[in-house]
Ligand binder design. Structure first.
Ligand SMILES: Cc1cc2nc3c(=O)[nH]c(=O)nc-3n(C[C@H](O)[C@H](O)[C@H](O)COP(=O)(O)O)c2cc1C
Length: 179
């Protein structure tokens, strides 16, 4: 059975939830899967036992978490040489205008420059608004952002399209040769 790592970083927990859903979908597609929180991975962590990897990270203030930048930089050569994809979690993934699309492309391009890994495939996934977890000032800013984009500003909201996420997982699994 082919073995897939799902490396993820998260600030408010939503990317961990997405990694868990991807794990279930990849297992259903016949892969053996290990989710790995990169902030807790040992310094000598290696991808060598794996046949494929997904790298999942959220955007906060137009950047991916430093832990994930370090992880992708350390494993750039391996990621480029094996079936792999980058799952980018953001609010902008909901957007359809040029500004959103170009903004996301810019974030991914900066990530590729910082890590030396140019992902062959990038899946943009809408994240979540979790006002209940934000400190006071961040909550006010995120409520204003939500109102600006006609999103709910009074309750925590999961904006991820899980049917599309599972479809992506099936598509990715199909690119992993059986080991
Ligand atoms: C302080 C803050 C800054 C954010 N900045 C951006 C941003 O620049 N672009 C974007 O599309 N989404 C942004 N988001 C939305 C997050 O990407 C989204 O909430 C995601 O689900 C967070 O994932 P996590 O729970 O794994 O940290 C931001 C969220 C917060 C709380």
């Amino acid at each position: 059975m082919a073995r897939c790592a799902i490396a993820y970083a998260t600030k408010e927990g939503h990317t961990a939830k997405i990694a868990a859903r991807l794990s279930l979908a990849l297992r259903a597609a016949g892969l053996e899967v290990d989710p790995i929180d990169v902030s807790a991975a040992p310094a000598d962590f290696s991808l060598e036992p794996y046949d494929a990897a997904l790298v999942c990270a959220p955007i906060h203030i137009e950047e991916y978490p430093p832990h994930m930048i370090g992880f992708a930089r350390r494993h750039a050569e391996w990621l480029a040489a094996h079936p792999s994809a980058f799952v980018s979690v953001s609010l902008a993934a909901l957007g359809t205008d040029e500004e959103d699309i170009e903004g996301l492309a810019h974030c991914v391009s900066e990530f590729a420059i910082a890590t030396g890994w140019q992902p062959a495939r990038v899946e943009h996934v809408a994240g979540a608004l979790v006002f209940s977890q934000y400190p006071f000032f961040v909550r006010q800013v995120m409520k204003a952002v939500a109102r600006q984009h006609n999103l709910p500003a009074n309750a925590d909201t999961d904006l991820t399209d899980y049917a599309r996420l599972e479809e992506f997982a099936r598509e990715f699994a199909a690119t992993v040769p059986a080991s």
